[in-house]
Every structure is written in C-alpha cells, then in structure tokens.
Design a protein around this ligand. Structure first.
Ligand SMILES: Cc1ncc(COP(=O)(O)O)c(C=O)c1O
Length: 360
C-alpha cells in the first residue's frame, strides 16, 4: 500500500499507527462486538475513552488543575463567537492581535458581541510577520487579549508570547501539541482537532476555571462553557469517534516521548524545507520573515504563476499532496504537522531542488 506524502493544511495527516489501530478496533472495540461509533456515550467503555483523552492531554501539555479541558463541536470557528459571548463582559473591551485571516475572522465575530480593539496588526505588511511584543497596545478596560499562535494560511507563528497583565487567549488550532507551551500563561486556549489532534469534529478548549464563574446565565445552553465544564463535556452526545481518535493520537504522542521530542522533530522538519528555500537563491521565495516563520506551515512562491502551476502538477504526480497555497494567498504551502514524517520533508526538499535545477 502506498501512502501519500500528505502536506494538507487540515484535515491533514494522521499517524499511520493510529489509523491502523482504529482499523483493527473498528468492528469490535474491546470485545463489545461494536465499533466505538456504535457505543452509547453513557457506556462505561466510552467513558473510559473520553476520560483517557482528557487525562492524556492534561499530562502531555502539563495542564495545571487551575484549568479545565472541554470537548466541543463547531470547530475553532464557533470559538470565534463563544469566546466573546462568554468572556467579553459589559463595559469591557476585547483586544485582538491581527496576524492573518483567522484572527480577522475571530475579530469579526467579537465585534458582533461587544466593544473591540486591535492591539497590534501586521496586515499592512501582508501578514509576513508577527508584530513585536513591544508594539502591542492594549485598550483601557481590557477583557482579554486574543492571538492566533500559528497562522495556517500565511505561515507565521508566535515564538514568544506576550507577558502582559491581561487574560491571554490563543487560537492554537494549527500548532497545539507541536511544541511545549506554558499553559499557565493562558486564560483560554482553543483548537479545532483536524491538524495535530485528530480528525475534524471535536474542538478542544482549555479554560482557566475562575473564568467560568462570571459567564452570563442568559447564554444559550450549548454556547455556555459552563455546560461543558459541569457535565464533563457530556451534556449532550459528544463527537465520540473524533474523541476516540484524539485519544489514540495522544497515546501516539506519549509513545513518541511526549511534546518535547515532537517539537524537536518538528523543528528538524521545518529546517529541511526552509534550508532548501534559503539555498534556492530566490527561486523559492518564503512568505514569512525569518523571525516569524512557522514550524507547521511553510509558505513560499515561485518566480511566476506558470512555474507554480507546473511545480504543483509535477509534485502531485510524484505523490506530494496538498501543496497549493490557500486560495486567498496563492503560491505553495507545505503543512508539516506532527504526523508528517521527516522523510516526507526530505523527499519534498529533494524534489524542490531537482525541479529548480530544471527550470533555472
Ligand atoms: C488558525 C485557525 N483558526 C481557525 C480555523 C478554523 O477552524 P475550523 O474549520 O475548525 O472552524 C483554522 C482552520 O484551518 C485555523 O487554521
């Protein structure tokens, strides 16, 4: 069986051993005679899956007891609305740092809920970098500061987080679990699962517990974080199969030696591609400035659209999947999440060098 070199931006590559385990267990999960998909979400067997996913995430990310872990649906996009609905209180101002299309979308939803302020932005520079920490200007009456830790579309990433006396909220959809992060520094972290955590369908929210005390009662039940916190995310039917897959991915990360090992590998992978770009003498041109480069999404362009098209077509023939840049940006993007093996990055770099030889 030939597996693709999968550089999709999300949904994206999953670890092969995880897929194989899911396949093995698909028809008969732990001798129940049923698939996980067919189990009651109130059964003992599912409860173990659910709690194991939570426990492993807590262990791997070193999530302190001050923070709760919630499983929701609606993707990271619903969090764009839920964050301000739950945490932007009357008379306060939600602060956003704009670093790309996803932070713009998050801001757009917050504006529908209450007062907002752009604390910093790199929009003028076509989102080629993360604003310097000293350029962040908070408003008065700050409710929270929202950042997008990794910008999936533009290929930039925060390598240092703001240390300000304000509740920090991060959309970590495209780099959660890819590097060590001090969770204590964050009031809330959210991430759609479909990059580093598992398949789409479940959204992880890590929230500091004291924030739960001030959430307005009038919110619709399913849009209130307290509903999930007080029911162990089992108020209604959770996305059971997605959570099962999450638990398998987390076990895989644990078996690899945890996030520190994964982070080291991710840096090596990114380095292989950035080195190839840097050594191409401008044939491949990186979108992100050096200090803001993402270890998850490597974005670059070729000298013209014609060459980009040929590059993408040839890459596809060689089994490299998902290299077209986002439709809003164009060019190319290699998404190299946790499950993308180092060999895939080496093979891509070899192909890029060989392609360049033929076209210069
Ligand atoms: C950084 C970031 N935020 C939010 C989203 C939207 O996520 P979802 O499709 O789960 O709503 C994405 C999707 O790619 C993303 O990369």
């Amino acid at each position: 069986m030939k597996r693709a070199y999968n550089f999709n931006a999300g949904p994206s590559a999953l670890p092969l051993p995880v897929l194989q385990r899911a396949q093995e267990e698909l028809l008969n999960f732990q001798n129940t005679g049923m698939s996980v998909m067919e189990l009651s979400h109130r059964s003992k067997e599912y409860d173990e899956v659910h709690n194991k996913a939570k426990q492993l995430l807590r262990k791997l990310m070193n999530i302190p007891d001050t923070h709760d872990i919630l499983f929701l649906q609606g993707g990271a996009s619903l969090q764009f609305s839920m964050v301000p609905m739950n945490l932007l209180h009357e008379g306060k101002v939600a602060n956003y740092v704009l670093t790309g299309a996803w932070s713009e979308k998050a801001l757009k939803e917050a504006k529908k809920i209450g007062e907002t302020h752009v604390a910093a932005s790199s929009k003028e520079a076509n989102y080629t970098h993360i604003p310097a920490l000293e350029h962040i200007q908070l408003s008065e009456r700050t409710a929270y500061l929202h950042i997008t830790s990794n910008n999936t579309i533009f290929g930039t990433q925060w390598h240092e987080f703001p240390d300000l006396p304000v509740d920090l909220i991060a959309d970590m959809s495209s780099d959660i679990l890819s590097r060590e992060v001090d969770v204590k520094k964050f009031a809330l972290i959210y991430a759609g699962a479909q990059k580093n955590l598992g398949p789409s369908g479940v959204t992880v929210v890590i929230i500091r517990k004291d924030l739960l005390e001030n959430i307005p009662d009038h919110l619709p039940t399913m849009l209130n974080y307290n509903t999930y916190s007080s029911s162990n995310s089992l108020y209604n039917t959770p996305p059971t199969f997605a959570i099962y897959m999450l638990s398998l991915v987390l076990e895989w990360v644990d078996e690899q030696g945890g996030i520190s090992i994964i982070e080291k590998r991710n840096k090596e992978k990114a380095d292989i591609l950035y080195r190839c770009i840097d050594e191409s003498k401008g044939f491949y041109s990186p979108h992100a400035e050096k200090g803001s480069r993402s270890f998850m999404n490597v974005t670059f362009t070729l000298p013209n659209d014609e060459l980009t098209k040929t590059f993408l077509a040839e890459a596809k023939e060689r089994g490299f999947v998902g290299l077209a840049g986002h439709r809003s940006v164009g060019g190319c993007r290699a998404s190299i999440y946790n499950a993308v093996p180092l060999e895939a990055c080496e093979a891509l770099a070899d192909f890029m060098r060989e392609f360049q030889q033929r076209f210069i």
